[in-house]
Design a protein around this ligand. Sequence first.
Ligand SMILES: [Zn+2]
Length: 391
Amino acid sequence: MQRRMGHSRVRSWVGGLALWMGVVALSGAAAATPRIERVSFTARADGRGYVIRFHTNEQVAAYSDPVRVSDRVIEITLFHMDLAPSFVKDAPEGPVERYTLTPEDGRIVARFFLRRTVSVNAYRDRETTDLLVSLTYEAGAAQKTVEPTEDARERWRLDTVVIDAGHGGKDAGATGVGGLREKDVVLAVALKLGQYLEDLLGVKVVYTRRSDRFIPLKERGRLANEAGGKLFISIHANASPSRGAKGTETYFLGMHKTAAASQVMERENSVIRFETDQEHYKNFDEADLIRMQLAQSAFMRQSEQLAGLVEAQFAERVGRRSRGVKQAGFYVLWSASMPALLVELGFLSNPREAAFLRSKSGQAYMASAIFRAVKAFKNDYEKGLHLVSAK
Ligand SMILES: [Zn+2]
């Protein structure tokens, strides 16, 4: 966590997001949530693919770019959308073997499981309110065997975890009881976690920092992406003016944030003030930020799942008070193109939590809890991929 600052830029995107959400919320208040009434499939006239049509009673306010979850699975999220009670689910056709539509927090996540690889493109229909997803057979792929290559499977193995110890160098983060510094606590836990992951799970660990040095936020995401990370875990500790405040929180990127989450978010994003090339951040306009968030939305469910596992471990295995899984717009999570979490280990301003987090055993307990969560997540993740690739 962090002290307050001149966060005009953070404000501007919070404002943008709030404005955007406000528009969505307003249209929600004025009328019922738009609904999907039917999903249908049509062979394209040129014979080179299929079109999936989401029949909606109102135009979708926002949708994600279709994301290739694996070679044979694509996912698209329709925001501020519901399923009509009379929803008609047509039988899949063409390259689509089966599909699912999952309502989630006011959005619909559609997943299409394919028989063959296609390129995907989503666009709004000009004549109706419908959303169309065009699937184009890839050139030369028509006769290709449907068995995934070992290569493809390798790519989706959870083999590299990026651990990001928050703050560092001139940025100490929060300061707690007895001068305990966030940057030191989180580095100790990060290194311990990395050691567990390497030794007990055999995954490659990449650290954004292994010592007390300053790293700009955007650099952290870049490091993660370049390392081919499959998971990004940013570790932080909290502080509050109230010494009684206590407990752990795990965040994933999202827009359903509470006022309390916004405060933590502003503090964690505020590190930008330490950075010399602030221009970089100013260049993002609101549209960019919304686009970035939509890009991360492909990983949102996975991030949320892992966040739940982490908080459960903190509570059940370490006896921490869990303040729960939360969503907020942390800059550092945006820049990583993979499931990404930000963990707040506890409050350094709370004497008992400070003593626990200062101790070697407390740090080891926290690292081990995160390790167990990652281990369980990795199991699920690879099992899912295996099922998908075995189709
Ligand atoms: Zn922090």
